[in-house]
Unconditional design. Structure first.
Length: 193
């Protein structure tokens, strides 16, 4: 995990949805997650690492508070939790909509089941992320019937490049239950996802 330079659009500061639904500290934490996420928009859900990188000398920011902030961001559909390769991860919803990454680097954390890394043949150190619509219910946290992808893909190809946004689909299909969000708030050490 490392910090990256990321863009903060001017409209973030006047976004009334953010102002109404998140405290100043939660908004700062959210920006910090952008910086910690790799170029896929994914980050390992490790509250101890988040504390170390984002609030190292702030004693008042505890692991419990970070779990609560994470749960709030999940509840408000800013983060999509996932579990893969024995690790808990978070996907930042709309990350690629707001971040322009010219030469994406390979993932540093395990990717969610709906995303793959495709290195370029000319330079395998760079590539692109493809977002795939789930083909079966084994890939999703809480199975829901897949009703329509008409608003999320322009072609019949189930693989979409990282500049195609499946976020509304992901939020509805990979969403987590309220009891798991509450479990995260009360969990002092690890994620229930």
């Amino acid at each position: 995990m490392k910090l990256h330079n990321r863009q903060i659009k001017g409209s973030f500061w006047t976004d009334t949805d953010m102002i109404r639904n998140f405290t100043l500290e939660e908004r700062l934490f959210y920006i910090g997650l952008w910086q910690l996420a790799d170029d896929s928009g994914c980050i390992e859900n490790d509250p101890y690492a988040l504390k170390l990188f984002l609030f190292p000398l702030n004693e008042e920011v505890t692991i419990e508070i970070l779990n609560d902030w994470t749960a709030t961001l999940i509840e408000k559909k800013k983060l999509i939790p996932y579990h893969t390769q024995g690790k808990d991860g978070l996907y930042l919803a709309n990350f690629h909509k707001h971040q322009t990454i010219k030469n994406p680097q390979p993932p540093e954390v395990p990717l969610p089941p709906w995303m793959t890394w495709k290195p370029y043949k000319s330079n395998p150190r760079t590539g692109r992320y493809e977002i795939r619509a789930p083909q079966n219910h084994q890939e999703i946290h809480h199975p829901k019937e897949i009703q329509s992808l008409k608003d999320t893909q322009e072609s019949q190809d189930p693989f979409l490049s990282s500049d195609t946004f499946l976020t509304p689909f992901l939020q509805n299909q990979y969403w987590t239950s309220p009891d798991k969000v509450e479990a995260l708030r009360s969990n002092k050490t690890s994620s229930p996802f």
